[in-house]
Ligand binder design. Sequence first.
Ligand code: GLN
Length: 203
Amino acid sequence: APTVGVFALQGDVREHLRMLESLGVRALGVRRPAELDQCDALVLPGGESTTMAKLARTFELFDAIRKRIAGGMPTLGTCAGMILLADRIVDGAAGQETFGGLDVTVRRNAFGRQVDSFEGDIAFEGMAGSVHAVFIRAPWVEQAGPGVEPLARVADGAAAGRIVAVRQGHLLATSFHPEVGGDARVHRLLVDQVRSRPGSTDD
Ligand code: GLN
C-alpha cells in the first residue's frame, strides 16, 4: 500500500491519519526528513500556518517538503495547509513563508470575525450530492492562475462564489476541514492521485 504522510509538527493531525487509514493506505505522521522520504503523498493539515512553516524550518523539513512538492508528490493542503501550498498570500504575517507550488493567491483568515467558524453543505466538482464543509478561521482562494481548477465555492452569504477548493495537477487544497465529519471523498482524491501515478507500486 502507498504511504501517505501527515505533516505532524503542529496542527490537526490525528483525524487525517484516521481518515487515510480508512482508505487502506499506510498513514504516517511526519516530523523528520527520514519520515518524509517514506511518503508517496502528503497532507498538510489545518493549524497555524506561520507556526507550521517555522517549525518546518527548525526541524529541517522545510526545503525537503518544498522540493518534494515541486517534484510532483501528490499533496493535499487543508485550511492552514492550503496557505502553505499557495504561491502568494494576502494578509499573511510579515515575511510569512510557504512551501508553494499552487499558483493561487490565498487570503488568510478571509471570512472575518463575524463568521470566524461556520459549516455548510457545498457542491464539489465531480462528487455526487454535497460535501459537508467545516470552516475554522479559514482562508479562501482570492485569485487562481490558469492551470488551477476550482472545485468548490461558497454557496451563499457575503462570501458567495469564493473559491474554497482547488486542484492543480498533483496538488489539492481546501479552505475547509475534510477530515472532520466522516466523509473521506476529498482524501480519496489524494489517494487516487498516488495510485494513478506512473511507477506507483500499489500492492
Ligand atoms: N487561520 C489559520 C492560519 O492562518 C488557519 C486556520 C486553520 O487551519 N484552521 O494559519
